[in-house]
Write a protein that binds this ligand. Structure first.
Ligand SMILES: [Fe+2]
Length: 609
């Protein structure tokens, strides 16, 4: 039985194929179309899923869409009416897409499936899709489920329990009160793109102090002990306007929103720290309440806020749950997977036996490319490459490069599903190098200097470097943990503030140690990520260090690379030294010189995010 799940028309459109309960394929549309957070109908992702499954749309037994468009439309209308005549402009702006595509979804899906699918469509609720994506692939037979995001139909957060093959979402928080939208509003206020720059706000927070935390909690957010919240909507504009925040909020925080690419002041850093502190407080309260209500020892998380890995790390360390599992595609892309799994388990009642490992398959659910395709592409463009039959030799070359502070683009096997690169589409480098953080930000990724880099660590060494339990799993890079005291370099009496904090060497792995000594950790084990594990073992053997930098293979504003061609273009368009595509290795110094105008053209196609 083949079930296709689709999410589309908000942000991060995606498709997923589930066969007999197994996840066969899942991918975000942006990777194929090269338009970041692409929200259009995921035609390429859908075609890719069917191709991997070796089927045509006629072979599909069920097709599920991740939310209920009519309910969403009702929210739009009711919100508009509640604020009318304010909001006319945003209403008029939203209407064409609704009238053209969203309200005629079955017709749009028929077209996407080339009129070959004859079954009916299932529309799951938005938060049900998130909850399903969090619980069904998890390693737990029973767990509490918490979803937190911007907004679906009406719900902005929900919780419930999962047992065996069923989830039961029992409580919801409704629009306009939303932790996700609160975070997005401050993302906007600090000059970053809504629904995209939330990561930057989280990365900026450690430079500041949470001096506005109490102001937010006194004036803007009425936070209840159970983690639910009510927001004073006079500080916001997203119900009725085209912006996220209102003049009243700007007055409260002492100025208009920061313009994109404008300078970052201590005030912005303090605001980021404050909203991050409030977010962590909400997440912790919700987790504690859920634990009291359900008495369960496992927690599953999804929804965009579940990408707040600082909050996740605190739930794991401080919250009452013994284990947590977070859907790697926690945002709306994961809704496609959740919707398909919901049909298989919940609607069709198929048996589910969890564990001991999750069934997300390392989240390596995207395309892989045969060696012949790669070779033909490299030959066609006249690239100079080395091909290795022996993986050990290739791994040695990679490790030598990293040890000599070269930056390596590494593409191998299937692409990751979800926003994090986990080694299959990653740029890797030496975490011990004090200059690597700025080299990678400014010369490779062309992004803001303040942004931190994340480490991969061999799982058996995780507790030597980070404050985590021995062998603790974090294979999807969704937890932030402090670097251990004995790996830190003391900075007695250090008085640096703001971005100057970047210049201090804080640990034996400075390139991945954020200014508050935290790190977003990915553990690498031989089963899930065999190639990365081999690279890391060889690096550890050579240098004694089991940690390397792992950042996504892209430049600023570019979706993560998908195909060998994308990887090669990114390699040639940046100051990367080495490129690895499966068994092929390329040195920049051996390549024909890239023409400046090709590089400019390459970089110009991506809008700054
Ligand atoms: Fe969502």
């Amino acid at each position: 039985m083949n079930i296709l799940g689709i999410s589309a028309f908000y942000h991060d459109s995606a498709a997923a194929l589930v066969r007999e309960g197994e996840i066969v394929a899942a991918a975000q549309e942006e990777r194929f179309t090269r338009r970041k957070h692409d929200h259009r109908f995921p035609q390429c992702a859908l075609d890719y899923c069917l191709e991997v499954g070796g089927i045509t749309p006629a072979h599909l037994d069920h097709v599920a869409f991740y939310d209920k468009p009519l309910l969403k439309f009702e929210r739009l209308l009711e919100t508009y009416l509640a604020f009318a005549p304010l909001g006319f402009r945003s209403f008029v702006q939203a209407m064409p897409l609704w009238l053209r595509e969203k309200l005629h979804l079955p017709r749009r899906m028929d077209q996407g499936l080339r009129h070959q699918y004859e079954g009916r469509y299932v529309f799951t609720e938005h938060h049900e899709s998130h909850a399903a994506s969090a619980f069904f692939p998890s390693p737990f037979n029973e767990a509490a489920i918490l979803t937190l995001d911007g907004v679906g139909e009406w719900a902005t957060a929900s919780y419930g329990v999962g047992r065996g093959n069923r989830i039961n979402v029992t409580h919801e928080l409704h629009f306009p009160h939303s932790l996700g939208l609160l975070y997005t509003a401050f993302t906007y206020y600090c000059g970053f793109k809504p629904n995209s720059g939330e990561y930057k706000l989280m990365g900026l927070a450690p430079y500041g102090e949470p001096v506005y935390r109490d102001v937010i909690l006194d004036k803007i957010v009425d936070l209840k002990p159970d983690g639910s919240l009510r927001m004073d909507m006079s500080y916001f504009n997203y119900c009725q306007g085209l912006t996220m925040t209102s003049q009243k909020l700007h007055d409260l925080f002492g100025g208009p929103p920061r313009s994109p690419e404008g300078s970052l002041s201590q005030r912005h850093m303090d605001i980021a720290a404050s909203v991050q502190a409030v977010t962590e407080e909400v997440m912790l309260r919700a987790a504690r309440h859920l634990h009291t209500e359900t008495g369960m020892k496992n927690l599953c998380l999804a929804g965009g806020v579940a990408l707040n890995c600082v909050g996740n790390g605190r739930i794991l360390r401080e919250g009452p749950f013994e284990n947590i599992w977070i859907q790697p595609a926690a945002g709306d892309a994961g809704g496609a997977l959740g919707a398909a799994l919901f049909v298989w388990y919940q609607l069709l009642g198929n048996r589910r036996q969890a564990g001991p490992s999750d069934s997300q398959q390392a989240s390596l659910l995207g395309p892989a490319y045969p060696a012949d395709t790669t070779r033909q592409m490299l030959d066609r463009i006249g690239a100079k490459y080395h091909r290795f039959d022996n993986e050990d030799t290739l791994v040695q070359r990679i490790v030598e490069a990293i040890d000599s502070e070269q930056v390596v683009g590494h593409m191998a096997g299937r692409m990751e599903f979800g926003p994090r690169a986990l080694g299959s589409r990653s740029i890797i480098g030496d975490a011990r190098s004090p200059s690597m953080q700025s080299v990678m930000n400014l010369k490779i990724k062309f992004r803001e200097s303040f942004r931190p880099f994340a480490p991969c660590v061999m799982r058996e060494h995780v507790s030597e470097y980070f404050e985590m339990r021995p062998n603790e799993d974090s294979p999807y890079m969704l937890l932030v943990a402090p670097v251990r005291q004995d790996k830190r370099i003391p900075l007695d009496g250090d008085k640096t503030t703001g971005l100057d904090k970047l210049k201090r060497i804080r640990s034996v792995v400075p390139a991945i140690t954020h200014v508050d000594y935290s790190a977003r950790v990915q553990t690498v084990d031989p089963k899930r990520h065999p190639r990365m594990y081999r690279i890391m073992s060889a690096f550890h053997e050579r240098t004694g260090c089991p940690v390397i930098i792992n950042t996504s293979f892209n430049v600023r504003g570019e979706p993560i690379v998908c195909s060998p061609e994308h990887a090669y273009r990114c390699f040639m368009g940046t100051n990367m030294d080495v490129l690895v595509i499966d068994d092929f290795l390329l040195y920049k110094r051996e390549q024909p010189d890239a023409k400046q105008h090709d590089i400019d053209e390459y970089l110009a196609q991506f809008q700054l995010d």
